[in-house]
Write a protein that binds this ligand. Structure first.
Ligand code: HGY
Ligand code: MN
Ligand code: MN
Length: 438
């Protein structure tokens, strides 16, 4: 059993979180969108910090940053830990960043106390997970696990019409096909730090992610640690409702094809259907745009996003089909055109049961109050689960608030998560039976 970390480890973690939060666009909370100056600043800062701590640093061609602590088995597979560095608009300072900062702190102390591991440990700061700037999510872990081939970058535009490929090359990234196996990576090095390399990897033995819960289950059950058994599946769509833009003063109510009034009826149906379905199903329309968006013009077109989640694949499929059928019926009755574009479909993702058992064992040994649970939020871990053993550790979010400047987790809970993560990495990378677990 690994003994508790020195007191100063928790302080180091808090300081790292404070420094990362400063890499934000102006405005409330933290806004750090993919390939923006604040994103570049954070990834550069992390490379510097990892190098200072003696890790071998690399950035791949989509901007994922790695810090490597090489193990005694030179060609062995890697134990990977980390999370995403991007945020939502005006989000919190813990979503993603906590998993990255805690992983860096854990490797720092494992190296300092135990030296070289038997198996290689790597921390990763994934470039993007949220889907906040471009209409796709998991761009970081998706390139590592083969979800994306790289060709998606050219046609994927942000709200200003900038393509993902243009934004990437503005950061000096991207170069033809992005999902190039790491082995074929360009090896231009600078002080032992490979600066670019392919994104796709097949050398990961296990992936462990520490993250805030972003919900209220842990707080309500007075637990410091959540051992995630599964991550809910998601369906995301872009819905377009089209009617006729017309003069607000001269068009009688009975002659209108008002896209916004129609969209409003669809959104009320969304809420009605979701409440009728009941927990754990959730459905959200997070963004809505009205065109032309002029006070004296009847809206001709409305676009809104649709985000549906459930921990059961069958229920997710049935609900999504039923809701979209209702959308079509309601639009038809109003003489409106409906266009629904799928943006994301991920199945519910079970975590590795042996790793979950190891986490529960660690919590018991540390006397840490924990519980098993399902994650309603999506995470990078769900992309690794089909490819290698994957596990997630949660810490409480105060009042269950996240994706908000009010996002908060106490220093005690942040430290508890760090202890469990570090003990898990010790078990996987420094002990013989850890190797067997993966
Ligand atoms: O939306 C989510 O579930 C995650 O926070 N990206
Ligand atoms: Mn997250
Ligand atoms: Mn998030």
């Amino acid at each position: 059993m690994m003994r508790p970390l020195p007191q100063e480890a928790a302080g180091e973690l808090l300081e790292l979180l404070e420094e990362l939060a400063a890499f934000s666009a102006p405005g409330p909370g933290v806004t750090r969108l993919l390939y923006t100056p604040e994103w570049c600043g954070a990834q550069h800062f992390l490379q510097e910090r990892m190098a200072e701590l003696g890790l071998e640093v690399r950035m791949d061609q989509v901007g994922n940053v790695y810090g490597r602590l090489a193990g005694a088995e030179p060609d062995g597979k890697v134990i990977l830990t980390g999370s995403h560095i991007d945020t939502v608009m005006n989000g919190g300072r813990y979503d993603g960043a906590y998993g990255v900062a805690a992983a860096i702190t854990a490797l720092h102390y494992l190296r300092m106390i135990f030296g070289q591991p038997l198996r290689t440990l790597e921390v990763v700061s994934f470039c993007e997970e949220e889907g906040s700037r471009f209409p796709l999510t998991f761009w970081g872990s998706g390139n590592v696990t083969g979800l994306y081939k790289g060709s998606e970058a050219a046609g994927c535009l942000d709200a200003e019409g900038i393509s993902l490929a243009e934004a990437m090359s503005a950061c000096g990234l991207g170069n033809g096909s992005l999902a190039v196996p790491a082995a074929a990576a360009s090896a231009d090095t600078e002080g032992g730090r490979r600066l670019t390399g392919g994104a796709l990897r097949s050398d990961i033995a296990a992936y462990v992610e520490l993250h805030i819960e972003q919900g209220i289950t842990l707080e309500r059950s007075f637990r410091s640690i959540g051992v995630v058994q599964a991550i809910a599946g998601q369906r995301r769509y872009l819905v377009k409702v089209s009617g006729t833009a017309n003069h607000a003063g001269t068009t009688p109510m009975g002659l209108r094809r008002d896209a916004l009034a129609g969209a409003a009826e669809l959104l009320l149906a969304l809420e009605r259907y979701a409440i009728a379905e009941g927990d754990p199903l959730v459905a959200t329309a997070g963004r809505l745009e009205v065109y032309p968006g002029t006070p004296n013009v009847i809206p001709g077109e409305v676009q809104f996003t649709l985000d549906i989640r459930h921990s059961e694949a069958g229920a997710l499929e049935r609900f999504s089909s039923a809701l979209l059928a209702e959308f079509a019926a309601l639009s038809g009755r109003r003489g409106l055109a409906l266009d629904v574009q799928p943006v994301l479909a991920t199945l519910p993702s079970p975590m590795d049961q042996e790793l979950c058992a190891a986490l529960e064992d660690i919590c018991r040994q540390q006397g840490m109050p924990y519980r098993s649970m399902v994650s309603g939020a999506g995470h990078d871990a769900q992309l690794f689960a089909p490819r290698c053993p994957a596990a997630m550790i949660f810490v409480p979010s105060r009042a269950g608030i996240s994706h908000s400047p009010e996002e908060y987790t106490s220093p005690e809970d942040l430290a508890a998560g760090l202890e469990v993560l570090t003990a898990m990495l010790y078990r996987l990378a420094y002990t013989e039976n850890g190797a067997a677990a993966t």
